[in-house]
Write a new protein. Sequence first.
Length: 139
Amino acid sequence: MLALIDRGGLADRIVCDSAGLMGYHVGSQPDRRTVASVQRRGYAISHAARKVTRADFDAFDLILAMDRGHLEQLRRLAPDDARAAKVSLYLDFHPEPLQDKNVPDPYYGDEAGFERVMDLVEVTSLNLLTTIRHLIALI
């Protein structure tokens, strides 16, 4: 998503970050298979893991969960209903209707699982950025 924002000339208008719900990976680099998949597609990756904080609900207009379990956890973490309304499923922004709105966790699988997730992420991120562009144009 960061690469798409940058390529679209929107880095001065869109802040994008990534965080998890569990603290046991804080400060760690992404899984080596994630890094390999991302680099094969020509993207740079340099993000260290951090944990979602309550302050994120004030800092961001949109918070995206990768699966329904995380969606519910994020909504519970939100300080109030208005900020909980900022939380959506990431795959709600996929351009095609999907039966399963959970991004699969490839961690316990093989490299092909990471490629499938990257396919989903690329298509969804492109559509999400198109949606954000339209919203920015309305401001």
